[in-house]
Write a protein that binds this ligand. Sequence first.
Ligand SMILES: Cc1cc2nc3c(=O)[nH]c(=O)nc-3n(C[C@H](O)[C@H](O)[C@H](O)COP(=O)(O)OP(=O)(O)OC[C@H]3O[C@@H](n4cnc5c(N)ncnc54)[C@H](O)[C@@H]3O)c2cc1C
Length: 454
Amino acid sequence: MTQETISKLRQISGLAVLTGEQIGADFCHDELPGSESYAPEAVCEASSTQQVSELLRICSCDGVPVTVRGAGTGRAGGSVPVKGGVVLSLRGMDRIIAVDEAARTMTLQPGVLLQDVKAEAERHGLCYPPDPGEKTATIGGNVSTNASGPCAGKYGRTADYVAGAEIVLADGTVTTLGADEGNRAVVGSEGVLAVVTEVTLRLIEAPGASVMLLLPFAESGAALAAAAKIAASDFEPAVLEYMDGALVEFSGKVTGNPVFPTEADGTPVEATLMLTLEGADEDAVESRMEEFAEFAEELECMDILVGDSLSMKRDFWAAHDAFHTSMEAAKSEAEVNVTLPPERLGDILSYAKSLGEQGGYQVMAYAHVESGGVHIHAVSELPKAEFKEAAEAFCDAVRTRCAQLGGDAAGEYGVGYANLKYFKGSARHAGLSEAKARLDPAGILNPGKVVEGC
Ligand SMILES: Cc1cc2nc3c(=O)[nH]c(=O)nc-3n(C[C@H](O)[C@H](O)[C@H](O)COP(=O)(O)OP(=O)(O)OC[C@H]3O[C@@H](n4cnc5c(N)ncnc54)[C@H](O)[C@@H]3O)c2cc1C
């Protein structure tokens, strides 16, 4: 990148251009565990679509790579500038433009945080369901990774809520998702096809009431069997999470707030199911719960713990959302996030655990039962450098087995650069590569990711 390009960028009205020591370390990595640091040559903080358009026009003329960044909470290295060039930060484009209660839509800029989207929807008596757990992610990041989480089974992923979007193509053209059928590929394309500068989200009517239930089991196989029965029932849980006892215990010790049970009547809990039942009002939920208690008699759970108050529900979610970050307390850790057909959950979990037993490290996991999203962690007492090789072999083996089981080794978190090796050769890789050739023929948008090797 030349000084001349930087000078041209500095002439864009209102665009903040940071270089050299002005660039903070945060712009060089995301939340990919053990990620390497890649410094951009410039960080540009945009506050309008016009600035994004002008920047892309300059960078495409000068052949400079542009990596878009939301909040940098991705765990696949997607927002990291592996080929240098410009990091285009959209955090400053954080305005909620309008909420249309009658049409049930919200139009907003990409830098708005997910937690603010949810709060705004609630203020209007509506609900934005997708919830990938990390609420400080931006909506632009969520749209670009098609983020999803525990409630994806009932409510779907982010893409299911994108009613429209304004996008800027690599050559600076401002257009919309609807302008061309092929533009829809931009959703979930992790910044390799276009920059999302405005989104219209679909909202839904908020459920009248809900209750959360915890079902501890003495044996993980029984928990998985129960989960399959619940998923096949007509209870339609909004959330159905499988959580290893070892993970619950590890995380509870780290946070100092052990919310989930680790034993029942003196018997250790090997796995817990956490579910949410919803209904039109409190009475409907109450009677649904009674029906569920009867149904649960054949599930072999040790107990049913009820979270019906707002504070209990918050505690359950806080404990659940702490799983990932609590792993950082381990001396060394490795993490694999995959999705696979729900009926294959047991296979991947027992395979991963067998690797841990052979290798002398602990493996623990949690999973979104209905959508098949699984998060598997390996922790070791070895120093990081000594565990590195085993960690890589573990992640590789689990992803390979996932692909053999008909799953997606890139998982919920996207491809970025970390999962590229497992993504190549898939039908989606071919489709995105085709779209890349059409929308960004010079390849300036987020090089080194997702479609690399096409
Ligand atoms: C503790 C923790 C838990 C998580 N749990 C989940 C989970 O359960 N499910 C899940 O799906 N994810 C999860 N994530 C990952 C992450 O939160 C999501 O991928 C999120 O969507 C990223 O949003 P972001 O704003 O941080 O995007 P970034 O990390 O900044 O960027 C992610 C990708 O999107 C691109 N991008 C960002 N904004 C735009 C834009 N406006 N236009 C074009 N491209 C753009 C970037 O170039 C990059 O490729 C978790 C992360 C953490 C730290």
